[in-house]
Design a protein around this ligand. Sequence first.
Ligand SMILES: Cc1ncc(COP(=O)(O)O)c(C=O)c1O
Length: 382
Amino acid sequence: MVNKVEFSKTLVPSYLKDLQVYQAGKPIDELAREKGLTKISKLASNENPLGPSPFAIREMTGGLWDLHRYPDMHAFKLKSALAELYNLKRENIILGNGSEGIMGYIVRAFLQPNEEVLTCDNTFIGFYILARSVGANLVKVPLTEDYRFDVVKLAESITEKTKIIYIANPNNPTGTYITKKEFDYLMDHVPGHVLVILDEAYFEFAKDEDDYPDSMQYRYDNVITLRTFSKAYGLSGIRVGYGFAHEFLISNLSKVKLPFEPNLIGQLGARGALYDQPHLERTINNNRTQYTRTFNYLQSKDFNPIKSVTNFIAFKTGSTEASDWMFTELLNRGVIIRPLKANEMPDFVRVSLGTPEEMDHYFEAMDEILPEYDKKFGRPGK
Ligand SMILES: Cc1ncc(COP(=O)(O)O)c(C=O)c1O
């Protein structure tokens, strides 16, 4: 029998004891089972509502007959496709189980207990968890008043202890971004020995903003860019992410990487998706249309949504109770959104942008619950 008391003394490091497990958005099947619902719109995890590219599906289906073989540990074909698209060498690319998998390699390779990571409040929780899981100290500065990474405060907070700076650009859960000018300002203040993780999970949705700093146009030796097939490419389920950096960084990350990540189906699907640019365009266009509809809807209902360049919108409810109530009442009507308590924004919720039908479902459910909501809480902008 496992002696929990003994184990917790001897086996579990002190910094792991209080770490909370990551909470994902509620799965569709689970909600359907629990509530007996048939129509469900999952707007909680910033996924692609149009699904995977048909081309990617064909590639993955073809791979099923090779599943008795290990995948290519060098992922030659996928890396070659990425290298061609971004005009890089394969040596500058690392792949992993989602971009979060690569963040895992980064913390394992470069961080030791009590070393310091600098970032902002209200950003991607997955990164906080990973940094804490190796005992690193997280130093967090507040976002700006308009919910963006604060480059001035970040620059001021760099000390000789700072080893890594993490920036999500655009940021999740706020959907905001730092501009070219702000990125330049930050990089002017970051010493060359400090590693900057630029998490661009939502790059494809933001890339057309004039002042969005596409990190691939810069090539700093101390920056690693992380991107993913989970969002605009519609392949969250196969877990493939990629990172671009100097060969020195990539070769050290490769030492802690599990050799056969990403798996065989993941490598095939990701490469297929990369070649299906029309599917990506459809995704971005749908997102643009649903963004405008949803932003206008929320504004018309006096909710002050935060301007976003991603596939989700966060807005203020005004209190933890209001967020929880809205989440539960929408869930009862088959719409899954995300309350932001875990992101330390308990008076906000986040809604991912879906298909036109899913957004209609969301608007209808909101219209239904708002009279009761007003009686209980009132709206922040009213
Ligand atoms: C900012 C950010 N980075 C990384 C990830 C993780 O993505 P992946 O599926 O590639 O691990 C997410 C997912 O929600 C995210 O929002």
